[in-house]
Design a protein around this ligand. Structure first.
Ligand code: 5RP
Length: 220
C-alpha cells in the first residue's frame, strides 16, 4: 500500500473502535480527513462530533454530521487523530497542520486517543519532524530565544495564522530524548500557548497502516 492507502486503511480500521450512540472527537489533517469520510458512512450511529479545527468542522458539516461545542459535553469516549511522528511508547509530535492547541484540548477531554497513521510516522525518537509550537504573536522573538537555549532552531511558519489567531514556530534540530520532560520544559516558557509534544497525554492505541495490513499497537 502507498502511504495514502495506509492512511485510509488506518482510518477505516478506526471505525471499528467507535462506540454507538456517542459523541466522537475528530482530529485534523489528511489522515483525519479519511476518517471523517468513513465516519460519514456510520453517522446514523453517532450523536455528533467535536472538531479540533475549523477545517475539520467544515468537513464534518459537509457530511451533515452535527458539530458540537466541547463546552457542552461532559463525556467524550474517543478521539481519533493523526500524528506527524509517533514512538512505540505512543508519544507523538503533532501540529503539522497547525491545529495542535485544539487537538490537545480535545485529546485531554477524551477517555481514549486513537492515533491513525501510515508507517512512515513510526519513529524510534521524536524530533526529525520539526516540532510545531503555537505562540502568542507578541512573544514570538522571546520564545524563539528561549527555544534556542534548549538547543532548537525555531523557524516562523510563513503566511500562517492558527484558528486561535496565533503564530507557529517550527523547531528544528531539537533533541527529544525524554518527550515528557521536554513537553514540561516547553510548557514553562511564557508566551507558548501549546507545544506539539503529546507525551503527557499520549495515544492509547495506534492503528498503523503498513505494506499489507493495519497493525494495532497498544502500550504493554
Ligand atoms: C495537524 C496534525 C496532524 O494530525 C498531523 O500533522 C498529521 O497530518 P497528516 O494526517 O496529514 O499526515 O497534528 O495539526
Amino acid at each position: 500500500m502507498t502511504p495514502d492507502e495506509q492512511k485510509k486503511a488506518a482510518a477505516t480500521a478506526a471505525i471499528e473502535h467507535i462506540p454507538v450512540g456517542c459523541i466522537i472527537g475528530v482530529g485534523t489533517g489528511s489522515t483525519a480527513n479519511y476518517f471523517i469520510d468513513e465516519l460519514a458512512k456510520i453517522k446514523h450511529k453517532i450523536d455528533g462530533a467535536v472538531a479540533s479545527s475549523d477545517t475539520t468542522a467544515k468537513r464534518l458539516k459537509s457530511h451533515n454530521i452535527e458539530v458540537l461545542d466541547l463546552n457542552n459535553i461532559d463525556d467524550l469516549p474517543v478521539y481519533v487523530d493523526g500524528a506527524d511522528e509517533i514512538t512505540e511508547h505512543l508519544h507523538m509530535t503533532k501540529g503539522g497542520g497547525g491545529a495542535l492547541t485544539r487537538e490537545k484540548i480535545v485529546a485531554a477531554v477524551a477517555r481514549k486517543f486513537i492515533c491513525i497513521a501510515d508507517q512512515t510516522k513510526l519513529v524510534k525518537m521524536l524530533g526529525n519532524f520539526p516540532l510545531p509550537i503555537e505562540v502568542i504573536p507578541m512573544a514570538r522573538s522571546y520564545v524563539a530565544r528561549e527555544i534556542a537555549l534548549l538547543g532548537g532552531q525555531p523557524a516562523l511558519r510563513q503566511n500562517f495564522v492558527t484558528d486561535n489567531g496565533n503564530v507557529i514556530l517550527d523547531v528544528h534540530s531539537l533533541q527529544i530524548l525524554n518527550p515528557i520532560e521536554m513537553e514540561e520544559k516547553l510548557n514553562q516558557i511564557t508566551g507558548i500557548v501549546t507545544n506539539g509534544l503529546f507525551a503527557h497525554r499520549a495515544a492509547d492505541v495506534l492503528l498503523l497502516g503498513s505494506d499489507n495490513d493495519v497493525r494495532t499497537i497498544t502500550l504493554q
